[in-house]
Design a protein around this ligand. Structure first.
Ligand code: DAH
Length: 339
C-alpha cells in the first residue's frame, strides 16, 4: 500500500508536468484527488490494515494528498502565468509607431464670418437674439408696414404654410418680436435663415441667411446708422474699406437706403465682379418707420431707431472671392478644406 501511494504521487507529478491548460489540469485533479479518484480508491483498502499500519499509512496518504494538491496549485499558477505572458507577447503595443491623427473638422466659412460679425456687434454693445423661421404673416409683413396688397410682397416670393403662416422671407420680422418684448434702449442683431421661392443659380438659393440689426433709443439718427455700418465694414474688410449709401425704398424704414462698399476686387475702378460699378451692394437699411414703432407700442415722438438687414452669403462670397453661391451649400470637402 505504501508503494501504491508513492506510485500515485510520482505518477501525478509526472502527468502534471505535461498538462498544457487549465481544463487538462482539472481533469487530472479529478483523476487523482476526486471522490472516485485513484487516491480514494487506495484509501478504501485501509480497512484491511492492521492497527499498527493504519496510522502510518494514514499519515502517508494525507501527505501524498497534500503534496498532489500543492503540485496542482503550483501548476495552476504556472499555467496562469504562461497565459498572461502569451497575451502580453501577442498584444504587444509598439508605442514608437507614428499615431493616426484624428481628422479635425473646422468651421464652415459661413459660420466663421457669422461669428466674426456677431463678435463685432457684441463689441459695440449689441445683444444677439434669434427669432422663429416659421412666422405669422403679421411679423413678416403686416407689422413691417407691408399690407396684403403691397407690391413689396411680390419681390419676396413667399413659401406659405397657410393663409397667415409662412417661412420668413426676411429677418426683419425679429425687429417686431424684439420691440414687442423689450423697452428701449434696444440694441440687437439677429442672424438666421430666411426663405424665398427662388430657383437655384449662382446667386440665388431658396434658403439663405440674413443678419438683422435694430437700434431704438432717444435721439438716434442716420449718423448712428452710418457710423455703425462703417465700423462693421472696416472691421470686416480692413480700415481702407469705404461704404456708400444710396436712397432706396423699404416700407418699414423712412428714409431708406441701400448700402454699398467699394468693390473688394477692383478697389472702385470697375470690374466684372461689380459689373463695372466700382461698388457692391451689401445691405438695406434706414430709420425705423414711425408707423412700425407705433405698431409695437413705442412712441415715435420720444424714440427713434435705425435698422439694417444684410445678406450673409454675399459677404462671405466677397470676403473669400467665391463666385458661386451653390459652393457654400454643397459641403464638398475639397471646397471647404480651403478655409
Ligand atoms: N429685409 C430687407 C430685405 O430682405 C432688408 C432690410 C432693409 C432690412 C432695410 C432692414 C432695413 O432692417 O432697414 O430685403
Amino acid at each position: 500500500m505504501k508503494q501504491a501511494l508513492e506510485k500515485i504521487e510520482l505518477a501525478a507529478k509526472e502527468q502534471l508536468a505535461k498538462v498544457a491548460d487549465s481544463a487538462e489540469l482539472e481533469a487530472l485533479r479529478v483523476r487523482f484527488l476526486g471522490k472516485k479518484g485513484e487516491l480514494t480508491a487506495i484509501l478504501k483498502g485501509m480497512a484491511g490494515l492492521s492497527a499498527e499500519e493504519r496510522p502510518v499509512i494514514g499519515q502517508l496518504a494525507n501527505k501524498v494528498r497534500a503534496d498532489i494538491e500543492e503540485a496542482v496549485e503550483s501548476r495552476a499558477a504556472e499555467l496562469k502565468d504562461a497565459a498572461i505572458r502569451l497575451r502580453l507577447k501577442e498584444e504587444k503595443l509598439d508605442v514608437t509607431l507614428p499615431g493616426k491623427a484624428p481628422k479635425l473638422g473646422r468651421l464652415h466659412p459661413m459660420d466663421t464670418v457669422m461669428r466674426e460679425i456677431e463678435d463685432i456687434f457684441i463689441g459695440m454693445g449689441f445683444d444677439i437674439v434669434s427669432g422663429p423661421e416659421v412666422e405669422y404673416d403679421y411679423y413678416n409683413f403686416e407689422a413691417l408696414n407691408i399690407p396684403r396688397d403691397h407690391p413689396a410682397r411680390d419681390t419676396q416670393d413667399t413659401f406659405y404654410i397657410s393663409d397667415n403662416i409662412l417661412l420668413r422671407t426676411q429677418t426683419s420680422s425679429v425687429q417686431i418680436h424684439v420691440m414687442e418684448n423689450r423697452k428701449p434702449p434696444i440694441r440687437i442683431v439677429s442672424p438666421g435663415r430666411v426663405y424665398r421661392s427662388d430657383a437655384v443659380d449662382a446667386t440665388h438659393s431658396p434658403i439663405f441667411h440674413q443678419i438683422e440689426g435694430l437700434v431704438v433709443d432717444k435721439g438716434i439718427t442716420m449718423a448712428n446708422l452710418v457710423g455703425t455700418l462703417d465700423m462693421l465694414m472696416k472691421r470686416l474688410y480692413g480700415d481702407e474699406c469705404k461704404i456708400r449709401l444710396r436712397p432706396h425704398h423699404f416700407p418699414f424704414t423712412e428714409p431708406s437706403a441701400e448700402v454699398d462698399i467699394v468693390c473688394f476686387n477692383c478697389g472702385g475702378k470697375g470690374c466684372p465682379m461689380c459689373k463695372g460699378e466700382g461698388y457692391v451692394e451689401l445691405l438695406g437699411a434706414g430709420m425705423v418707420h414711425p408707423k412700425v414703432l407705433k405698431q409695437c407700442g413705442i412712441d415715435p415722438e420720444e424714440y427713434s431707431g435705425f435698422a439694417f438687414g444684410l445678406g450673409l452669403e454675399r459677404i462671405v462670397m466677397g470676403k473669400y472671392g467665391i463666385n458661386d453661391l451653390r459652393l457654400l451649400y454643397e459641403n464638398d470637402l475639397r471646397f471647404l478644406e480651403q478655409f
